[in-house]
Structure formats: structure tokens, C-alpha cells
Design a protein. Sequence first.
Length: 315
Amino acid sequence: MKNIFFLKWEYVGEKGILGFLISRTVIVIASFLFISGFVDNQSVVAQNEPQIQVGKNSRSIMSDNETRHYLLYIPAKYDGKTSLPLVFLFHGAGGAPESIMAVTDMGKLADEKNFIVAAPKGIFLYYGGIGWNSELNPRGVNDVEFVKDLIREISSKVAVDQKRIYATGYSRGGRMSSRLACELSNIIAAIGTVGGLGCPANCASINSVPVITFHGTAVMVIPLSNAQDVVSCWVKKNGCNTTPMPRKISKDVSQISYSGCKGNGDVVFFSINEGGHTWPGSPSDIFEKMGMGKTNKDVNASNLIWSFFEAHPMR
């Protein structure tokens, strides 16, 4: 018999050779199976990404040859079967997904109204702060493509209602939302902005995109007159009746609406008297502490934006 284990026969009795070989073979096979199983299990663990949970999820994808990060908030009532609206929430220059979620209290609202929130993280350097390439600078990252990649990625993981995908944002994040209304008007059903509505000259919109926006009269970075001009631009772009419909909400809050728009592309503008570069109704005073001005509490921008979104699904 060939000594496959290279054992010295003097250490094994004649009668015990067969039994010894069998026992050694069993041990080797068992060891092989154990090691194989361990490698397989390690491979499975390495390939599986973190499971999406109800609540806040920190996730990342590759887009435009960059690793991009985002927070995905799944509402408490999500059952995995019912397709839910998806709201993109864009932070301002120098901000972050965690801070804009806190300022807007969007997670709590998502739980109440049953929608999904995606809060991406910007990487485009803008006047010393990290923000969004809303001007489509060819030397910068393609944030529009990033959003398209996110929509595909999120839709592959959770049930998203493709007729109800929205974008909202603060300051520079509002500019990014405005850019999406131009570039993805066949995907983004409506947008909502606070202190940052834009109306790009090179807007490539195919459909009218409904707009709701908020602006404080005390905002120094973007004067009220500029904000009014941008609103007029969207009124024209959406083919609305140019006659405004004013409504006094409170002593300091005025609402101006434009209807009769093509494709249900209503435009609603909230002017906040003495309001700063802040998020109206925010439970956080972080922007005030940063010297951004007063936070008006007469209206809640998050609630009003969501109500506007609910009334404007993609047609």
C-alpha cells in the first residue's frame, strides 16, 4: 500500500494501518469541507452590502468614477411591497446629508406621510464649500448623472413610485433641484426650494415642472428681487398665467401663486418678511447660530413642500 501520508510504518501496527488511514482520511476531508465552507461564507459576507433597514441608512455608489455617499431614509410604515414616493433632499454649500435631515426634520415627516428620502452628499467645490455642480461645469463632477444613478440604485433596492420622484433643497441644494427640473423633467415630478431657486439659461426641460419656493427678505446672499425674477422665469417657462394670486398667510408670510400652467406646472412663491437664509419652521436653530438670520415659525416649509409634492405627481 502506498504511503500517501508519508508516515513511518514503524509507528503504526500492522492491524491498525487500515483504521489509521481511514481516520486520517476522514480528518482531511472534514478539514477540507470546513475550510471550503469558511471561504465560501467569507465570500458571501464580502459580497453582500449592508441590508437596508427602516430608518436611516448610510450608503454609497460609484458614479462618474467617484465613490458617492448618501443617506437613505426608509419610513417606519414601509412594507417592501407598496411603491412609495422618493424625495431627494440636497444640502447647501458646505453642508452635509446629516445636517439637512436635522434642519428640515424630513425623517419625521417621512414617517408620518410614508415616503422615502434620499439625502446625497455633494463633492463639488463651490466658493470654498462642498456643494453641487448645478451649472454643469465640464471640469466638475456630473451631479445630474449621479442623481440618475441614485434613482436606478434605490429603485433596485426598495419599491419606488416612478411617478412620484421629487427634489428639494436648501440654498445651493435648491439650485441643484432647479437643475434637475431642467435636465430630468421626464423623471422629476416637482421641486421645492428654500433660499436657492434657480432658472438656468441653458435649461433643457421637456415638460413643465411644478415649483414651490421660499425666500426671506433679509437674505443677503440672494436679494429678494433676484428671487422674484427667478420665479417669473419659471412662470414663463411653465406657461403659467402671469397674473399672480396673492394670499396673506401671516403678518410676515405672503404666498403668491401662479396657475393655468402647462402640464399642471404650478408655481408657488412664499415671501418671508425679515426671514433669513434659513429653513422656515425648522426645529433647529443651527442656521441662526451661523449668522444666517431669523428662522420664521409661522409656516413649516417641509410640510408645505410635501403637500405640494402630493398634489403634483408626474402626469
